[in-house]
Design a protein around this ligand. Structure first.
Ligand SMILES: Cc1ncc(COP(=O)(O)O)c(C=O)c1O
Length: 398
């Protein structure tokens, strides 16, 4: 059997990492990675995570399975983090949440739930979107199609075109939205656009599927969830994939959650029973450690405060780098071609450069971005900004 399989071509982004490793230059800069880095270039374990792990280690007496739905205090905390503690959907008991294997696991479980329902046949995704969205959705047997979202060359959100395209979708179409810090563009809908999206989706009978993987890294924990909260107030059903990889720095622990906001409490209960059955068929029982860390932090005011402080610091660092890079590029090129970098949010922006310019950035200047010219702003240490701006300017001029 195995000899009948065709090899999968290497992932283009991983190839960038390989090329970066092989580059002997001492001045090389890796802006291709998809993880937060601090000023010293490492992806830190947050202080609160370390402290929570120590407490757990001292206390844990068993490694027996956790329950099918995962860690319940964790799920309750995630609902409150995403929706705020007093959201009407929570008061009405129409929210249900299952611990998942990272945000990706949550996306996959929601996709399988949709397929199982037989109701939702097609998912609309933004153009562009995170590289793994389409494979995850299609891998679960769903059809995908794109809606206009961003003008890559001009660095602008195409809000009107997005709204127009969604207005033409069939009722029952699922629309995948990035809750905040859109990956790969960094361009988010403004509050007014979220109001229009909620009105339109309600009127047209569309189902929002919100991927919230960067809560707290864009404009703040509440601001980054404001669009999601509005949709959950206005619409009967919202599906949500949550991730603790970025905001808790728990990447390799694989912790996230599926949150379903249903029309009635009974529908939420049924959705949970199906999610548990899907999880059982996939991996049987959820892992413990990542969710236990988050629950431990949530249960301790001092740890919770320290986590929020460190998250605020991470966000401030990224936003400071955005400002510095925009300013340096204005200095190099005059005009405001790259001012969008300062206005956007989260770890990523797209330079909008053609493949030949991306290649020159690598070969002539040792600056590594993703092949589509997405750069991870958090991959910059402050002292590299002048050189990186000069390199981008050099390949943008001609
Ligand atoms: C938009 C988006 N969604 C979801 C994820 C999933 O993250 P994880 O599975 O590591 O929690 C990522 C990770 O890069 C992402 O960028």
């Amino acid at each position: 059997m195995l000899q009948t399989l065709k090899p999968v071509p290497p992932d283009a982004l991983l190839a960038v990492t390989e090329a970066f490793r092989a580059d002997p230059s001492r001045d090389k800069v890796d802006l291709g990675v998809g993880v937060y880095r601090d000023a010293t270039g490492i992806t830190p374990v947050p202080r609160a995570v370390r402290a929570a792990e120590q407490k757990l280690l001292a206390r844990q007496t068993s490694k027996a399975y956790v329950g099918q739905g995962g860690n319940r205090p964790f799920a309750t905390f995630m609902e409150k983090l995403a929706l705020g503690s007093n959201h009407p959907a929570l008061r009405d008991g129409r929210v249900t949440t299952l611990q998942s294997v990272g945000g990706t696991g949550a996306l996959r479980l929601v996709a399988e739930l949709m397929r199982l329902s037989g109701y939702a046949r097609e998912v609309r995704v933004s153009n562009p979107t995170w590289a793994n969205h389409i494979p995850v959705l299609q891998g679960a047997g769903l059809a995908t199609a794109a809606y206009p979202y961003y003008d890559i060359a001009g660095g602008q959100l195409l809000a009107d075109r997005m709204l127009e395209a969604l207005d033409a979708c069939e009722p029952g179409t699922v629309v995948l939205l990035h809750g905040s810090c859109h990956n790969p563009t960094g361009a988010d809908p403004h509050p007014g656009h979220w109001t229009e999206l909620a009105e339109l989706m309600d009127r047209r009978g569309l189902i929002p599927f919100v991927d919230l993987a960067y809560q707290g890294l864009g404009r703040g924990l509440d601001a980054d969830a404001a669009g999601l909260r509005l949709l959950c107030e206005r619409l009967p059903e919202v599906l949500v994939a949550l991730s603790c990889s970025k905001n808790f720095g728990l990447y390799r622990e694989r912790v996230g959650a599926v949150m379903c906001v249903a029309e009635h409490a009974a529908a939420a209960t049924t959705a949970m029973s199906q999610l548990q059955a899907l999880a059982r068929r996939n991996y049987s029982m959820p892992p413990d450690h990542g969710a236990a860390i988050v629950a431990e932090i949530a249960s301790d005011q001092a740890l919770l405060g320290d986590w929020q402080q460190e998250l605020d610091d991470m966000r401030d660092r990224v936003n400071g780098l955005r400002r510095s890079l925009s300013t340096a590029l204005r200095g190099e090129l005059g005009g405001g071609r790259f001012d969008f970098i300062e206005q956007q949010a989260g770890m990523f922006s797209m330079l909008g450069l053609p493949p030949a310019a991306v290649e020159r950035l690598r070969s002539e200047h040792h600056v590594y971005t993703a092949p589509d010219s997405r750069l991870n702003i958090a991959g910059l240490s402050g002292k590299e900004i002048a050189a990186v701006a000069a390199a981008i300017a050099a390949v943008s001029r001609d």
